[in-house]
Ligand binder design. Structure first.
Ligand code: 13P
Length: 249
């Protein structure tokens, strides 16, 4: 069965709750499609107004992060039950910015991925190499390690529903999109890695996004690649351009 594309926006630390409602109202008519899942991953405080604003549309609301404990003395964190209680279905896990600025590791990513599945939330698991790693020729080794650790203890049935976002760090927010060949090569490598961990059926089912300076111009050539099942979009997700990315065909 053909995989349905999933096109997600990662708002990062942008948009106050009132700006969020305004943006969703602007984008709602532009992102209508049956051909892709459309997800807006928004700051925690925007989740509830975003859900309200997106009602009746095809926009699904996701979180940008989540903690791996159920509840307790973890000041400032958001629990999985807090997300499911309001109807959140997706959560970004292990974005490179969280790894860089908030000390997330492959191990904490794994704990969060397991916890998300436990609560029926689909994780969008991020991976990606630095420019130095790419220049040193260790891109695939590094990403395989990130993916293998992220999926430790995850069953094949769970993995089939997961989303992996390949985001080369050097392409994030730089305007430097990876070439379609580079993006396809790594996304194909990730699918192979999933086949090794699980089996072909799981590798065929899992959805793999590309992220890093995706825009209306680059989206079509990226999304036709055989192993690229959509995008995780930063900057361009905050603009009407996102409608063009979603309706890339
Ligand atoms: P940009 O699209 O702004 O490069 O951000 C990509 C990203 O980090 C999405 O998670």
């Amino acid at each position: 069965m053909a995989r349905k594309k999933i096109i997600a926006g990662n708002w990062k630390m942008n948009m106050t709750p009132s700006e969020a409602v305004e943006l969703i109202n602007t984008l709602k008519p532009l992102v209508e499609t049956d051909e892709a899942d459309v997800v807006f991953c928004v700051p925690a405080i925007d989740i509830i107004p975003a859900l309200e604003a997106a009602k009746g549309s095809n926009i699904q609301i996701g979180a940008e992060n989540m903690y791996f404990e159920e509840k307790g003395a973890y000041t400032g964190e958001i629990s999985p039950a807090m997300l499911t209680d309001v109807g959140v279905k997706y959560v970004i896990i292990g974005h490179s910015e969280r790894r860089e600025y908030f000390a997330e590791t492959n191990e904490t990513v794994n704990k969060k991925v397991l916890k998300a599945f436990e609560h029926g939330i689909t994780p969008i698991v991020c991976c990606g190499e630095t420019l130095t790693q790419r220049e040193q020729g260790v891109t695939m080794d590094f990403i395989r390690q990130q993916v293998k650790i992220a999926f430790l203890g995850v069953t094949a049935e769970q993995a089939k529903t997961a989303v992996i976002a390949y985001e080369p760090i050097w392409a994030i927010g730089t305007g430097k999109t990876a070439t379609t060949e580079q993006a396809q090569e790594v996304c194909g490598g990730i699918r192979k890695c999933i086949a090794e961990i699980y089996d072909e059926a799981t590798a065929e089912a899992i959805r793999i996004q590309y992220g890093g300076s995706v825009n209306a111009k680059t989206a079509p050539e990226l999304f036709v690649q055989p192993d690229i099942d959509g995008g995780l979009v930063g900057g361009a997700a905050l603009k009407p351009d996102f409608g063009k990315i979603v309706n890339w065909k």
